[in-house]
Design a protein around this ligand. Structure first.
Ligand SMILES: [Zn+2]
Ligand SMILES: [Zn+2]
Length: 382
């Protein structure tokens, strides 16, 4: 009998679900059957249709980014079908299609009221891998299992806060919605919301994986005229061309700094985006920008990474460094816009997804991500 098929649960009942659980850093995910408590107030039971495999998950798997605590179900990119709603839920009803946002926007906190919902104070709660009330819905016997960023999409079923979900149109496939919820929002948002790239600009993108390609398509949307993609892998650079890069630089063969200077007549880029999360590449990206230029740091470094910069250049050359978290926008609005742009052919999302896996193949998916074989891999649930 398929235990996952028991869908309608009375308040407080427990169902079983299949999940990929991280019990130990640096070890493969374990495909396990775990228990899931039905949704409480303002919570929603979702049956995931798809879950994206992202570098941030990989950092969690390795212990390089130690939130949430173990054991946990990673996965912060997901989309699926609402199965059941807890008391007080008004945003959705059973049968609605939703995508997951990994910042649960409250609309009331210091940051939300200042127009920065991507920094919502509630995210500090879900960073700890619990529900907003500090408790867990997933468990294995007596052991509580954390859920990454309030999403935990490597579980076929999961309970999430109403604040973390966004209803989507019936014609948006789950895999497209799942990747839109992280890499697309982050990459395009970094260009449009944070850097506010002006038409005619030169944009350099350091690292053109799942997020970097979206920085490129954001730069295309912003009418940048020179878009330089920098990476070590030829397959990613070829993809960057497809997404709108005007120049590609293979940093394993060419020096990115001299190449950018050559393309910009010795001036440098107006904007550089670092989408890898390493001090070394951030420093190179900083050197690429011109006087008065902007470096936008998008890549998530490990907790120990430190950056040393020639400080005098910051005032003397008026170089600016901007941080960007989750596309620096209001994902409730921006994601709807991005999906409209996808439907009207203005941004490419189909081509982002190069590999699809079953949940049982998830460790292979992460190996493919690490070796650069996939641009974006997604788990497809049946
Ligand atoms: Zn992600
Ligand atoms: Zn808030």
């Amino acid at each position: 009998m398929n235990v996952c098929a028991r869908l309608i649960l009375p308040e407080g009942r427990i169902m079983k679900t299949k999940a990929a659980v991280l019990y130990e850093y640096g070890k493969p995910l374990v495909i396990d059957e775990v228990e899931l408590v039905s949704p409480k107030e303002k919570e929603v039971l979702v049956k995931y249709g798809a879950a994206g495999l992202c570098h941030t998950d990989l950092s969690v798997l390795k212990g390089a980014w130690t939130t949430p605590p173990l054991p946990c179900v990673p996965g912060h990119e997901g989309a699926g079908l609402v199965q059941e709603v807890g008391p007080g839920v008004t945003k959705v009803k059973p049968g609605d299609r939703v995508l997951l946002m990994w910042v649960p926007i409250c609309g009331r906190c210091f940051y939300c009221l200042r127009g920065q919902p991507y920094l919502c104070a509630e995210k500090d709660k879900t960073r700890g891998g619990t529900m907003l009330d500090g408790t867990h819905r997933l468990r294995k016997g007596a052991l509580n299992i954390h859920s990454m960023l309030g999403v935990g999409s490597f579980s076929e079923y999961n309970v999430v806060s109403e604040q973390s979900i966004l209803p989507i149109a019936p014609d948006i496939p789950f895999d497209i919605a799942a990747v839109a919820g992280c890499g697309v929002m982050t990459g395009v948002g970094a260009v449009i919301n944070k850097a506010k790239v002006k038409p005619g600009s030169t944009v350099a993108v350091m690292g053109v994986g799942g997020v970097g390609l979206n920085v490129i398509q954001g730069a295309v949307l912003a009418n940048a005229t020179k878009i330089l993609a920098i990476d070590l892998l030829e397959n990613k650079l070829q993809m960057a061309k497809l997404f709108g890069a005007t120049h590609v630089i293979n940093a394993s063969r060419e020096d990115p700094l001299s190449k950018v200077m050559e393309v910009t007549n010795g001036i440098g880029a107006d904007y550089a985006f670092e989408v890898i999360g390493k001090a070394e590449t951030t420093l190179t990206a900083y050197k690429l920008i011109r006087r008065g230029g902007y470096l936008v740091v998008v890549g998530l470094p490990n907790l120990e990474a430190k950056l040393t910069l020639p400080l005098f250049e910051i005032p003397l050359m008026e170089k600016s460094i901007l941080g960007c978290y989750y596309g620096s926008g209001d994902s409730r609005v921006d994601l709807i816009t991005l999906l409209e742009l996808y439907k009207t052919g203005r941004i490419r999302l189909d081509q982002l997804i190069t590999h699809r896996y079953r949940l049982e193949e998830i460790n292979t998916g992460f190996k493919d991500l690490e070796t650069g074989k996939n641009i974006r891999g997604v788990v497809i649930y049946s």
